[in-house]
Write a protein that binds this ligand. Structure first.
Ligand code: EPZ
Length: 424
């Protein structure tokens, strides 16, 4: 696994362009399988999860042409089957979207049970409950989820849990069901709206995405479409927090400020100057950081994906902050790593109490998931000395050119590649 070496103490300054949203792209690529026309996607983030999905689509028979780093043209008119390869699917959780899109295309799908990851258990019971409501027969054996249905019929589905994945997966399947499906208690993330817009561009009939009630009238055919992926609000929030953490001044460009309102509000509460323009946000921290209480919630609440970043940042605040993780059980794997750098953090259940004010000191740490990895890089930027972060591949799943973009902002950061365990 590669390591990233971070020299602490530089204040970030300058401009950084934000890439397309990972959590929209990893649903839009599987959704493209539903079309029998030609699909052109732009503003795709150049990250490992996208590369993995492109490999899966090619394996299923999609003809794909890359148009530069961030655009592809797909021709899914001739697919070879509905069983994506295990060795690729197990690399990423979001491959579960292949269930919804293959059901829409074939009425069949055989997808390995998605791996958990270090956010604690990641059940998909709501996805399966919804598929069953649409009339799909579900069998789980030998680690495979086998789904089959002659013709899906629209249903009224009430989600027990506000789930991004279940909302999107059921939108994919219901788009091809006979009649109307209503999803109640749906998640409202901007990425869900982006997927719905893409599906409608292909000929679907979806209304209400972005609210907690989504109406889907099934259609029998999906045609050609062009789509530009929305900007990644979590990537943008990562750089905004990194600027605040280092006492710097940066501009994040090509963003949709509305998607970052909870983050902007929190940073202002901490005493950070945040100015918003139509497609860019300017972040500047000059004086002391104030402690703040953060509670994660589904959108439009404070995003769970920025909880690790906010924890690293709040170690620099003068006082006590309380962080409550309401979305995932156990999304505190980064706490032990931050404590190795001298952070004073106590965890009780879903709550972490952060005693700020003591400067962090560099130490060897390990990334446990992509957001924890990004948080440890930010901690390294704040710490005295040189931090060595191992398991850096986690970061590559969701951040395009992470080191390059940070170096462009004045960070002292470099990657040491390991080939077969030898650092090169
Ligand atoms: C999506 O994961 C994102 N991933 C996550 O981002 C993000 O943290 C999460 O939504 C919440 O915003 C992608 O979009 C690829 P959920 P997802 O279903 O869909 C429970 C990142 O770093 N639940 O909204 O898997 C679940 O356990 C990643 O980019 C059920 O109980 O999350 C969790 O507690 C990390 N049953 C809560 O709901 C289900 O069937 C929210 O999960 C599904 C979910």
């Amino acid at each position: 696994m590669d390591t990233i070496v971070i020299g602490g103490g530089n204040k970030l300054h300058g401009k950084v362009r934000i890439s397309g949203a990972k959590n929209a792209a990893v649903a839009i690529l599987p959704a493209a399988l539903m079309s029998t026309g030609k699909i052109s996607l732009s503003n795709l983030p150049d990250i490992n999860d996208v590369r993995t999905l492109i490999a899966i689509l090619e394996n299923l028979g999609v003809a794909i042409r890359r148009r530069g780093r961030n655009a592809v043209e797909l021709n899914p008119s001739r697919l070879r089957g509905y069983s994506p390869p295990y060795e690729l699917v197990k690399k990423m959780r979001a491959s579960y979207y292949l269930m919804g899109s293959l059901l829409a295309r074939f009425g069949r799908a055989e997808v390995p049970i998605p791996g958990g990851c270090d956010l604690g258990p990641r059940p998909i019971d709501q996805h399966l409950k919804g598929f069953a409501a649409l009339g799909v027969d579900i069998e789980i054996e030998h680690g495979l989820i086998k789904l089959a249905v002659a013709k899906m019929r629209g249903a009224h589905i009430y989600l027990d849990v506000v789930s991004v994945g279940a909302t999107i997966n059921l939108m994919l399947a219901a788009a091809a069901a006979e009649g109307r499906t209503v999803l109640e208690n749906a998640a409202k993330e901007p990425e869900i709206v982006d997927v719905a817009n893409f599906l409608n561009a292909m000929g679907a009939s979806i209304k209400g995405a972005g609210t907690d009630v989504i109406r889907i009238d099934g259609v029998s055919q999906f045609g050609s479409a062009e789509h530009m992926v929305i900007p990644d609000r979590i990537e943008a929030g990562t750089y905004m927090m990194a600027a605040a953490a280092t006492g710097g001044e940066i501009v994040v460009e090509d963003v949709i400020p509305k998607h970052l309102e909870a983050v902007t509000a929190k940073l202002r509460e901490m005493g950070v100057t945040v100015d918003v323009e139509p497609e860019r946000i300017w972040v500047k921290r000059t004086d002391h950081l104030l402690p703040s209480d953060i509670k994660t919630f589904p959108y439009p609440g404070f995003p769970t994906d920025l909880q690790p970043l906010s924890m690293a940042l709040l170690t620099a605040a003068e006082g006590t902050s309380i962080i409550t993780e309401n979305v995932f059980d156990g999304r505190f794997r980064h706490v032990d790593e931050l404590k190795r750098m001298g952070a004073q953090i106590k965890v009780e259940g879903r709550t972490a109490v952060v005693e700020g004010g003591q400067p962090l000191s560099a130490a060897p740490v390990a990334a446990t998931d992509l957001r924890a990895g990004a948080a440890l890089v930010v901690a390294g930027l704040m710490a005295r000395g040189e931090t060595v972060l191992s398991e850096a591949e986690h970061i590559d799943r969701g951040y395009e050119q992470f080191e390059e973009k940070l170096r462009g902002l004045g960070a002292s950061i470099k990657r040491v590649r390991s080939r077969g365990g030898i650092m090169v």
